[in-house]
Design a protein. Structure first.
Lengths: 383, 136
């Protein structure tokens, strides 16, 4: 029977300063010449990371009570609407919400400004109740005046993603960036072999309760993400081709850094937020050793036409080609460009590596594993 | 010899006089067209580099302006806040001139101002809004 290693054994090594921690890029390079068994015997932990625009992000805030108290119903933060349909002074600010008509400032900017320690204008109204008589408020808040500031992102860290191209004769402005007409460019958005869910594609070590790096602080995987799909076809390396699994993640935004949380505005699309996520993968057996050795050339995805409106799959490509700056589509060479920052993802993987090596970050076993799904429901228009 | 880039703006009712041809034949100006978008009935733009002795260049500009075509030297430059750049690469997607490129090994953005044609597409494509126009 092949060797195995428990997460507790790995944590013991971390405690003793003896754990061997490498980044996913380092093990991908090593994997060319090393068998999974050798990898297992030499490496304890592999750090993975991503820093891309993740629209499905936001934060819960508790503002604290005024005297007399108020049950905030409609509220804005720097004129960006926040959702107040929860308890009295709780709210959720979504990253993509915008301060109309200035739609280039949105929830992500509010979150980044709060993390930076800036004052934010809070305006709220309410009908007033016997227990919450106040009906109006206008004041400044910042991260030191509020109680909780909890980032909760329902869908982050997509396991693989489409490559976007534009077949039409017009320039298209999309969440996949600017797409030049007549297949003028091809945009992609993952960190490839460095990306968390591509290094543990069956999610054997990443599950509910996994401790992670999020936005510069320590957070947790809360649940499977929305649109979580384990039903995608796999290639011969066990990698789902196209958008598949996702993570719902949570962390204390007060502890985060604007280096790893960045508001973004995509022309004629709207606001999104770059979120830095790093996940350590314990090398518990040969299977995981093989998974973390995955290389960009082995990770494939679909080239999809974002111009025509029907999102037709045109071609299959791989990340080695995408990162080379050029792919071929219908015999024509197309320039490629990333939207997710590999440079910052590398920084995150290195930070996590250092924290684990120095005994400041310990690994977790999932409290529960994610479910298996058979694809996603479509929304039918029934009336 | 002086080399300079110019933006020529043609009115919708431009006469169709072969301005570029005349600049070459009559003024002996070396012309390198960087970008052209001129169609009848619309305001058209032509970006070109002209090389000639300074005096000849001035005469060439006067000739262009006589033809009711605006001729402005590109003193504009693209400026970008590299200190705030997160190296996502979104701007490199639109830079057909090849001025903004991603390092294959470094995964870092690099900007070569000499290749920039000031098309301004990067201004709209940067999700952090780090590009601006420097008017010289």
């Amino acid at each position: 029977m092949s060797k195995k290693r428990s997460v507790e054994e790995i944590n013991e090594k971390i405690r003793n300063g003896k754990a061997v921690v490498l980044t996913a890029e380092q093990v991908s390079a090593m994997g060319k010449e090393m068998t999974p068994a050798e990898m297992l015997s030499r490496v304890d932990v592999v750090t993975t990371a991503t820093f891309g625009p993740m629209c499905s992000s936001g934060a819960f805030i508790n503002f604290g009570h005024t005297t007399p108290p108020m049950r905030m119903e409609k509220l804005t933060l720097n004129n960006v609407p926040a959702y107040g349909g929860v308890a009295a002074v709780d709210a959720y600010i979504g990253a993509t919400e915008t301060a109309m008509p200035h739609d280039n400032y949105g929830g992500a900017h509010v979150i980044e400004d709060l993390i930076a320690g800036k004052d934010i204008l809070l305006q709220a109204s309410a009908k007033g109740t016997d227990c919450y008589p106040r009906t109006e408020i206008k004041t400044l808040i910042n991260k030191n005046t509020i109680n909780e500031f909890i980032m909760f992102n329902p869908r982050n860290a997509y396991q693989n993603y489409n490559v976007a191209v534009n077949s039409t004769s017009k320039i298209k402005f999309t969440y996949m960036g600017t797409l030049l007409p007549a297949f003028g460019n091809a945009n992609f958005s993952t960190s490839g072999e460095l990306s968390p869910l591509l290094n543990d594609p069956e999610m054997r070590t990443i599950g509910i309760g996994t401790r992670i790096f999020i936005g510069g602080s320590t957070g947790y995987v809360a649940w499977n993400g929305t649109q979580f799909n384990t039903g995608k076809p796999l290639n011969e390396h066990g990698i789902p081709v196209g958008n598949a699994a996702t993570l719902a993640v949570i962390g204390d935004a007060k502890q985060m850094s604007t280096q790893f949380i960045k508001a973004a505005y995509f022309e004629k699309y709207g606001v999104s937020m770059f979120v830095g996520i790093g996940i350590p993968i314990p090398v518990i057996d040969e299977d995981i050793a093989r998974r973390v050795s995955i290389r960009n050339s082995q990770i494939q995805t679909n080239v999809v036409d974002y111009g025509s409106g029907n999102f037709e799959i045109l071609e299959r490509t791989n990340y080695k080609l995408l990162f080379s700056g050029e792919i071929t589509l219908n015999g024509k060479k197309i320039r490629t460009a990333p939207l997710s920052s590999v440079k910052v993802a590398r920084e995150i993987a290195e930070i996590l590596k250092k924290e684990i090596t120095e005994g400041r970050f310990f690994l977790t076993e999932p409290v529960a594993l994610f479910p298996e799904t058979k694809g996603l429901n479509k929304l039918e228009v029934r009336i | 010899m002086t080399s300079k880039r110019f933006v020529l703006t043609f009115p919708p009712d431009a006469t169709g006089e072969p301005i570029t041809y005349n600049l070459i034949k009559k003024f002996d100006i070396m012309v390198n067209i960087v970008k052209a978008d001129v169609s009848p009935g619309k305001i058209g733009h032509l970006v070109m580099e002209m090389s000639a002795p300074a005096r000849v260049l001035k005469e060439g500009m006067e000739y262009i302006r006589q033809k009711n075509v605006e001729c402005e030297p590109i003193d504009k430059k693209i400026h970008y806040r590299d200190d705030l750049c997160i190296h996502c690469g979104a701007c490199s997607a639109v830079c057909f001139a090849g001025a903004l490129t991603m390092g294959r090994k470094t995964a870092e953005l690099s900007f070569d101002p000499d290749k920039c044609v000031v098309c301004e597409l990067c201004l709209k494509s940067c999700p952090l809004n780090l590009f601006s126009i420097d008017i010289g």
